[in-house]
Design a protein around this ligand. Structure first.
Ligand SMILES: [Zn+2]
Length: 350
């Protein structure tokens, strides 16, 4: 028996009684398909608020939803949505099975938007489906907030935080990551101590606790360090290799600049000191060799940096940072970069 086009679309939309397809309009020139859904006369619906009893239809409200394209044609679902009259709750709009409350998209369209947004910018999603990006953002906001409200951070023990710029200029966001699960936990504006405080509040809102959190990895920004110390007093602070090495290189360079002011043999040697020794060119290795016997402070700073690199190869090493920060020149250079006394660091994990 041939199947009618209404029945075909009813099956495709998985419509169950009392819903049915009343009519379909196909506009070839306008490149759109309009599907009109209705409900059987005399139907009763459960109250959307209390779910109690079968309520009669009080009146209807016309609604439209954008659905998945039918080939290259934009598709819209239309329905006069019934409002029930419950003796307890009053007049309430029935929840339709193909869309969520307040949305202008069908659930399948929502799914497609969320899926696409995971792989491309929101503006590109909007352009592809021919909608304003504000509509796409509203869909994403809904599902992101819903997913976040279901999050459970009770087992989070190790967190890493770093800042990244979110726009031109100095607009930063701080990103917090569960280091055990490699999963983003929280993102907020700013990169100061208040970002850590804001994270703590969010952690606690999701069953997490600052007592469970044992490891905090951050860069050497004094703001992050003071924020972690204040809000997570039981957590050990770990600086990752990238940030430590960046700081070490800055310190070596500062020692070189100071020494160069009274020792001209150091001119034009900046990259010789900063480069990984294994990657020096033949010429650079030769120049470094000729500087080796000059008892340079820069050489000593460089050797200290090499010791730290070696320590990295031993994963079990755990040292107090101040033991690493001698001699004084090197120590004060670091102190200048940090803006606070290194003695305030409780531990330094490699
Ligand atoms: Zn009710």
């Amino acid at each position: 028996m041939p199947i009618s086009r209404e029945d075909l679309f009813k099956l495709a939309l998985n419509l169950q009684p009392p819903w049915y397809i009343a009519s379909i309009e196909f506009d070839l020139e306008g490149k759109r398909l309009d599907i009109h859904i209705d409900f059987e006369l005399g139907s009763k619906f459960p109250c959307p608020k209390c779910g109690n009893s079968e309520c009669g239809v009080h009146d209807t409200i016309d609604r439209t939803w954008r659905h998945l394209n039918f080939f290259q044609f934009k598709t819209y679902l239309h329905c006069r949505v019934p409002r029930t009259k419950c003796e307890t709750c009053g007049v309430k709009l029935v929840k339709v099975p193909w869309a969520r409350k307040g949305s202008g998209f069908s659930l399948l369209m929502d799914s497609l938007i969320v899926l696409m947004a995971q792989h491309m910018p929101v503006k590109s999603v909007a352009d592809l489906i021919g909608e304003y990006d504000t509509r796409i953002w509203r869909v994403l906001d809904h599902y992101v907030l819903k997913a976040r409200s279901d999050e459970d951070f009770s087992e989070v023990e190790s967190v890493g935080v770093d800042e990244t710029s979110r726009a031109k200029g100095h607009k930063y966001v701080s990103v917090f990551v569960d280091l055990d699960k490699s999963k983003v936990l929280y993102v907020c504006e700013g990169k100061d101590a208040s970002a850590i405080e804001s994270f703590k509040e969010d952690l606690e809102d999701h069953n997490g606790s600052n007592i469970n959190l044992r490891n905090f990895c951050c860069d050497m920004s004094p703001a992050f360090i003071s924020g972690v110390t204040r809000n997570f007093p039981d957590a050990s602070i770990t600086f990752d290799k990238f940030h430590v090495m960046k700081l070490m290189n800055q310190a070596v360079d500062q020692v070189r600049r100071e020494e160069q002011s009274h020792n001209s043999s150091l001119k034009h040697t900046r990259y010789i000191w900063l480069k990984n020794p294994e990657k020096l060119t033949k010429k650079q290795r030769y120049e470094l060799g000729s500087l080796r016997d000059m008892r340079l402070k820069t050489m000593r700073a460089c050797q200290r940096r090499s010791k730290i690199v070696q320590l990295w190869r031993n994963k079990t090493v755990h040292l107090q940072i101040r033991l690493l920060l001698e001699p004084i020149t090197f120590h004060t250079s670091l102190e200048k970069f940090l803006g606070i006394s290194p003695c305030r660091f409780r531990s330094f994990s490699l």
